[in-house]
Design a protein around this ligand. Structure first.
Ligand code: IPM
Ligand code: MG
Length: 361
């Protein structure tokens, strides 16, 4: 089996962490009988440097032609990087938003799992995290404030900015269906997060989610206001199974969820459309402050590659093997700096990749 993978290494720590994920994919392929062919694609700052824009139409076409895309991270330091002298629509992040929209990647899955071994890296008290937790954020990714009309104008001498938050019922329904489908394979609970006490878009969200829920009698549906959810995530993360939410709320809550697992360097993600195609990337950013130092944590990207095998290629056993190797490496006491704790062995990015490869069976 040959897998045609588009690779966007991107900016900052992107190239380092993606290199490790490719290493792990190759090793897994040797054992599980598949071969990855990689096509390097430019996006974000790396594309600006070459083409003057963060994403070209040719890159979109080549991404579409691949079976799946594996991505590192994009963006630089907004204070010092020349990319941020450009107008907003030409900056690195604009490339990311454009590819999400162009490939119709409306379903963003961000699993947040607390590994027992990383309990020490978790900032929450032990009594809260005892036994670990395992939740899945299902974030809508191609609508809402991110893609609404926006403008900055001067009205009677006053600078005024507009961002609009729009959702139609179809956009809500298709992401809700994804959330319920995945809940059926998990602990059968969906927490739909909104701000229905204020926003019309949230009130429609609630109605449509309830309509979808009617088709899933086995799944328990609960609604939660986003401010309360932010609090509940640190008060009692174990209560959650699947969190279903719109784009902006999902952006914020997923960073919070990542931190309660110990580090954003552990969080994988998958962005999916209606087909088997997906874009897989760590939830964290490009961390320009540590780029090129060989100390970034590659685990989120490696776990994203595992999600790719699972969702785009139905290679569940191979995905399990990667996840087991990650658990094992943590059990064996190896840590990158971000998750380091006393008594463990500190390793760099490439070493972590090698150690995980050695544990793939
Ligand atoms: C993420 C990131 C992006 C987002 C940024 C880089 C535009 O924070 O994937 O969560 O807000 O979606
Ligand atoms: Mg984010």
């Amino acid at each position: 089996m040959n897998l045609n993978i588009g690779v966007i290494k991107g900016d900052g720590i992107g190239p380092e962490i993606v290199t490790e994920a490719m290493k792990v994919l190759d090793k897994t392929g040797e054992i599980y009988g598949f071969r990855c062919t990689y096509e390097q694609l430019l996006m974000g700052g790396a594309s600006i440097d070459v083409h003057g824009v963060p994403l070209t139409d040719e890159t979109i076409a080549r991404a579409k032609a691949s079976d799946a895309v594996l991505m590192g991270s994009i963006g630089g330091d907004a204070k010092t990087s020349p990319w941020y002298q450009l107008e907003p629509s030409k900056r690195p992040e604009a490339g990311l938003l454009k590819i999400r929209k162009a490939l119709n990647l409306f379903a963003n899955l961000r699993p947040a799992v607390l590994y027992e071994e990383l309990a020490a890296a978790c900032p929450l008290k032990e009594e809260i995290t005892e036994g670990g937790f395992d939740l899945m954020i299902m974030r809508e990714l191609t609508g809402g404030l991110y893609f609404g009309e926006r403008k900055t104008v001067e009205e009677e001498g006053v600078r005024t900015a507009y961002d609009s938050l729009t959702y139609n019922e179809n956009e809500i329904r298709r992401i809700a269906v994804r959330a319920f489908d995945i809940a059926m394979k998990r602990r059968k609970k969906v927490t739909s997060v909104d701000k229905a006490n204020v926003l019309d878009s949230s009130r429609l969200w609630r109605k449509v989610v309830e309509e979808v829920a009617a088709d899933y009698p086995e799944v328990t549906l609960e609604h939660m206001l986003v401010d309360n959810c932010a609090m509940q995530l640190v008060r009692d993360p174990k209560q959650f199974d699947v969190i279903l939410t719109e784009n902006m709320f999902g952006d914020i809550l997923s960073d919070e969820a990542s931190m309660v697992t110990g580090s954003i360097g552990m969080l994988a993600s998958a962005s999916l459309n209606e087909t088997k195609f997906g874009l897989y990337e760590p939830s964290g950013g490009s961390a320009p402050d540590i780029a090129g130092k060989g100390i970034a944590n590659p685990i989120a990207t490696i776990l994203s590659a595992a999600m790719m095998l699972r969702f785009s290629f139905d290679l569940d056993k191979a995905a399990d093997a990667i996840e087991a190797a990650v658990s094992q490496v943590l059990k064996d006491g190896y840590r990158t700096g971000d998750i380091m704790s006393e008594g463990c062995t500190k390793v760099g990015t490439a070493q972590m990749g090698d150690l995980i490869c050695e544990r793939i069976h």
